[in-house]
Design a binder for this molecule. Structure first.
Ligand code: HEM
Length: 126
């Protein structure tokens, strides 16, 4: 039986597994690797804090994800199929590792933020 997401360690496992998949994904992998040239040692701890803020009510994340993705969108447009891949990989990762209320909440938040991000981008392009 799988456990729910309840500790910082769980968050780290979720984030590490997710970005392993992201890097190997043919659709969104290249955006991280070739467009943004992500420094993973820098990015992963930021993502631990981001998700620990949402799922464990930790208050260490400071940043503006919307702005960062808008800037990325200008370099390489983030389209519906990119967001679909992001959400698909995120759901797959959560379901592979965890089960429970927080696991469901993580998927809900992931897909809602993806929708909002995409919507804001299209809005700012008009
Ligand atoms: C098409 C989908 C997406 C792509 C291609 C994408 C790509 C990226 C890239 C390249 C970065 C910058 C990393 C760096 O330069 O350090 C980033 C940062 C980030 N992304 Fe995404 N992202 C996507 C969707 C999402 C979604 C749906 C969420 C939230 C649920 C999210 C949350 C974040 C956060 C919190 C950061 C860190 C911002 C900061 O540095 O404060 N991303 N993303």
């Amino acid at each position: 039986m799988k456990n729910d997401i309840t500790t910082r360690r769980d968050i780290e496992q979720l984030v590490n597994t997710f970005y392993d998949k992201v890097q190997r994904d043919a659709i969104i992998g290249p955006i991280f690797i070739h467009v943004a040239k992500v420094n993973w040692d820098h990015h992963l701890p930021i993502m631990y804090s981001f998700w620990a803020g949402i799922l464990l009510e930790e208050r260490t994340y400071v940043g503006n994800p919307m702005m960062i993705h808008e800037a990325l969108n200008k370099k390489s447009p983030l389209l519906q199929y990119h967001f679909d891949s992001w959400v698909r990989l995120f759901y797959e990762t959560v379901d592979e590792l965890f089960a429970g209320r927080n696991a469901e909440y993580a998927k809900e938040q992931g897909s809602q933020i993806a929708q909002l991000m995409h919507h804001k981008m299209r809005e700012s392009e008009q």
